[in-house]
Structure formats: C-alpha cells, structure tokens
Design a protein around this ligand. Structure first.
Ligand code: NI
Length: 252
C-alpha cells in the first residue's frame, strides 16, 4: 500500500489545497511519507537504551487516549526538559494525526496501542478485539514505521481473555502504578500533587493528554521529579527485557 501511495504519479488530493498558508505543504507531506516510512524505523532502531533503570531512579509518564493536536504542547514540555514519555494512542486518533506520532518518536518518546475506539475489550468477540489492536497498529506503523509493540487496554482491563489477546498480539500489557484520576480531577494543581505524592522509583504514571488540565500539569511534574533526581523514561526503557509478550506490567 505504501508503494501505491509513494508511486502514485498523480498528486492525489493535493490540488484541492492550493493555499500557501497551509503549513507543511500537503505535496511535501505526501511525498515524504514514503521516505519517512523507511527512515524513521532505522532511527528508532539505532536509538540505544540510553538509560539504565537499574542504576538510576526512573519514572515512566504515560499519556492515554490521544493524540490530539494539543499533544504537541506536551511534546514541547518534554523536549525542553530532556524528558521522554509513552503515548498510548487510539487508532482513530493516530490515523488523523500521524504527524504528532512522528514528533513523538523524533523526541525519543514511545508509542503504544490503546485500541481503535476504546471499547471494553473483554466484551468483544476475539475477532473484533483483534481487529481493534490490529487496525491501531497499522495506523501507528503507517505514521512511524516498525516499533516495539506495547498495549494498554481501555480501562486497564486485564481479564484472562484480554491477557490472552495481548499475548497473541505479541505485546506486554502495560498498566500503571500511579493514577491521579486526572479524567475526574480536572485541576492542574491537584493532579500534580497527586502524582508527586504517589511516585516511587520505577512508577508508571497514568495521565491523559486529551485534558488541558493534565497537559498543564506536565511541566510541574517533570520539573519536580527531575529536581528529586528522577529520570523520565519511556516504558521500553523502564522495562528492558521484562517487556515480554503477554506480561502484565504495572510497575518497572
Ligand atoms: Ni483510555
């Protein structure tokens, strides 16, 4: 399918967008897609595990349910501080915002699979639940190329059925150990306080980049954790070889 897109001799949807004001001309985007789907994987593969969480105090921030265009705010905050995080994206959102996924990877962040449309996977047929993961993985791969598979089930479901699904999918199931319930407490100060009060070494912190109040908390959380000597890493960096398919992981 990539070949079809890259090789298409006719500038497919671009003539409809003649405006110079359009940042990132569609023509360039379309053309570069083919190139990036080759270039990005090699960049991702060559990135070494730059942090050894057996030797330093690590924390993994994770962000669910995006991406949204405003996820870029979080990426900016992380980049300026030399921090990394993991984004468990919905396929339906990833399809619409592939450029945000590319920015995630460019910043050293990891991207995981949070299903296509956020259903309770335990209630779906095996076929339907597989398709939730596969379609999302396809959207992620279309944006960033090959990558390590990570799954976070919607609502953190970890029933035997879901664990079997995730094992069959070839990914670990990544849950969390710190939950400030930021979907409920739409208050930046409170979310920040709850995270800082609960974080321990190797914590996995659950946040949602779809909420402005949560995005607003990231700078304070990162600054204060770094001041305490924590290194903010991705889930693959935190877990290393523990990230085996079918493993249920809530903490590093
Ligand atoms: Ni979610």
């Amino acid at each position: 399918m990539v070949i079809v897109v890259a090789g298409a001799p006719v500038p497919v949807p671009r003539p409809a967008m003649p405006s110079l004001a359009q940042d990132g001309a569609p023509a360039i985007k379309t053309l570069s897609l083919g190139v990036e789907s080759v270039a990005v994987p090699s960049a991702a593969v060559k990135q070494p595990p730059s942090v050894d969480c057996r030797k330093v105090k690590c924390v993994a921030l994770t962000f669910d349910d995006g991406p949204v265009p405003q996820t870029n705010e979080v990426l900016d905050v992380l980049r300026r501080r030399g921090a990394r995080a993991t984004f468990f994206v919905l396929g339906s959102q990833a399809r619409n915002h592939p450029e945000v996924l590319r920015r995630m990877v460019a910043g050293g962040n990891a991207v995981g699979n949070h299903s296509w449309s956020h259903p309770m996977l335990s209630r779906l047929s095996l076929k339907a639940s597989k398709s939730q993961l596969n379609a999302t993985e396809n959207a992620i791969t279309a944006a960033i190329g090959p990558h390590q598979r990570l799954v976070r089930s919607p609502y953190g479901q970890d029933t035997p059925k879901v664990l079997k699904l995730v094992r069959g999918f070839g990914a670990p199931l990544i849950l969390w150990s710190v939950d400030p319930e930021d979907w409920k407490y739409r208050n930046t100060g409170l979310v920040t306080k709850k995270v800082l009060g609960a974080v321990r070494r190797n914590s996995i912190v659950l946040l949602h980049d779809i909420h402005p109040t949560s995005r607003g908390a990231v700078a304070g959380i990162v600054d204060q954790l770094q001041a305490k000597g924590y290194v903010l890493v991705t889930v693959p960096e935190l877990l290393g070889s523990k990230a085996k398919p079918g493993a249920r992981i809530a903490n590093g």
